[in-house]
Design a protein around this ligand. Structure first.
Ligand code: FES
Ligand code: FES
Length: 169
């Protein structure tokens, strides 16, 4: 057994784990973070994607011990009291598909937009290539990521200067 300490969705958890325990199993079975799912057994689908130290990782390819001392964000911890702009855009653009591919698509999109706040459609498709939808419903997902990018950029844009009022004598 190894003692690990991981901060998941803002809460610190100290646990004893088997050295071979995968992060995805630790998240789901020990910490109850069932929004992170296992969609394949080949490290292909991306359904299990979480952010570890701010970067998207397939949590079925990471050992829980490798997350020791790190911050992990799952789809359940993304929104800060409400929906994250990427979650909102997936909702608005009808990009929410099945419960398997959607969490991973959202987490990968968050990382993609952190690195490239204004991606082209081609860059979005390339950024999401590690996430599979067996139904090939990618069109609305690309649209959602584009819309989320726009929303996030305008949220960060500085507010316009208030027009100075002229005082007439
Ligand atoms: S469950 Fe991790 S890539 Fe499919
Ligand atoms: S695999 Fe989730 S909608 Fe296609």
């Amino acid at each position: 057994m190894a003692r690990i300490s991981i901060t998941v969705d803002g809460v610190r958890y100290d646990d004893d784990v088997q050295p071979r325990t995968l992060l995805v199993h630790h998240l789901r079975e020990r910490l109850g973070k069932v929004g992170t799912v296992v969609g394949c057994d080949t490290s292909n689908c991306g359904s299990c994607t979480v952010l570890m130290a701010g970067e998207a990782v397939k949590s079925c390819t990471v050992l829980a011990v490798q997350a020791d001392g790190k911050d992990v964000t799952t789809v359940e911890g993304l929104g800060d009291g409400g929906l994250h702009p990427v979650q909102q855009a997936f909702h608005d653009c009808h990009a929410l598909q099945c419960g398997f591919c959607t969490p991973g698509m959202i987490m990968t999109a968050v990382d993609l937009l952190a690195e490239n706040p204004d991606p082209t459609d081609a860059e979005i498709r390339e950024g999401l290539e590690g996430n599979l939808c067996r139904c090939t419903g990618y069109q609305n997902i690309v649209r959602a990521v584009r819309d989320a990018a726009t929303a996030m950029r305008s949220a960060q844009a500085p507010a316009p200067e208030p027009a100075s009022e002229e005082v007439s004598a």
